[in-house]
Design a protein around this ligand. Structure first.
Ligand SMILES: Cc1ncc(C[n+]2csc(CCOP(=O)(O)OP(=O)(O)O)c2C)c(N)n1
Ligand SMILES: [Mg+2]
Length: 290
């Protein structure tokens, strides 16, 4: 296995193990804030994050633990934040839904659906004005596409040719509402870019190599002044919307099918290799929690 593949796998397993630990802490009633886990969706955070530089900006959502870690965020500061400690990246005042850490240019997450989109566009505009060659990546869910602010943000970013990539994690659900109950059939999210004269791309969000490849191209384009793009990454969340890991009976069948396409298991590592990496990560987590 080459180094990149190994790094991508390790980063995804690390996010998964952290989310599992948070679930455990939730069950033990140690977490005082709402937590939205990203289990099943790790490949998107990792594939995009792998291609960003330290100076690049990331904005995300309340489901943002994976995005923060993939940007090089400090796991200790994140766990402290989730546990409401002064040692957290926001001194324990923000909690899981409001992770901000300028040390790694992770500029924020929001409890508001689509809430970070305009801030990300503004940041990209500032980078452009200062000719800094910095790229902004903004993550959001399929639900945010139904918000007016998504369209305003896309319009302005395209008009100004801003160095930003819009990354839509399409997990087909907003809370318990399936996408077909919310958007017209066939309204592929990536195609919305066309209306703003922006390039739109579709990728298998469970394939970290595919995400990594396309993200590199789009980030390079943005850095070179070719303007923004929209990336729709299709995936599935393995947990209920908020707090607990356990999936409801309602989505069980879909979940079983998506679990067969686990972004970690399908990378070709042996079970033993996965166990070894998991053990190392679990040790890291236990050490920092002590
Ligand atoms: C502006 C706004 N409207 C509604 C809500 C309530 N709400 C919280 S999460 C959510 C679902 C969003 O789904 P999606 O954007 O697909 O993200 P996912 O949770 O699937 O990652 C909704 C409607 C909110 N927080 N903010
Ligand atoms: Mg969704």
């Amino acid at each position: 296995m080459d180094k990149i593949l190994n790094d991508l796998a390790y980063a995804m397993i690390r996010i998964r193990k952290v989310e599992e630990k948070i679930d455990e802490l939730n069950e033990a009633e140690k977490v005082k804030c709402p937590t939205h886990l990203c289990v099943g969706q790790e490949a998107i955070a990792v594939g995009v994050g792998h291609n960003l530089l330290q100076k690049d900006y990331v904005f995300s959502t309340y489901r943002g633990h994976g995005h923060y870690l993939a940007k090089g965020g400090d796991l200790k500061k994140m766990m402290a934040e989730i546990l409401g400690s002064e040692k957290g990246c926001c001194k324990g005042r923000g909690g899981s839904m409001h992770i901000v850490d300028p040390d790694v240019n992770f500029m924020g997450t929001s409890a508001l659906v689509g809430g970070c989109l305009p801030a990300a566009v503004g940041t990209a505009w500032a980078s452009q004005m200062k000719n800094e060659k910095r790229v902004t990546a903004v993550f959001f869910g399929d639900g945010a596409v139904e918000e007016g602010i998504f369209h305003e943000s896309m319009n302005f970013a395209s008009l100004k040719k801003l160095p930003i990539i819009f990354v839509c994690e399409n997990n087909f659900y907003a809370v318990n509402s399936p996408i077909e109950a919310r958007q017209p059939l066939g309204a592929d999210i990536y195609k919305r870019a066309e209306g703003y004269r922006m390039k739109g791309y579709l990728v298998d969000g469970n394939n970290v190599l595919d995400v990594n490849k396309i993200a590199k191209e789009l980030i390079d384009n943005a850095r070179n002044g070719d303007g923004p793009s929209l990336l729709e990454a299709r995936t599935f969340r393995w947990c209920v919307h908020v707090q607990h890991y356990n999936e409801t009976l309602k989505r069980k069948e879909e979940l079983i099918n998506w679990q067969k396409r686990c972004p970690i298991k399908n990378l070709g590592f042996s079970s033993l290799e996965i166990v070894k990496m998991s053990q190392k990560i679990n040790l890291e987590i236990e050490e920092l929690l002590n």
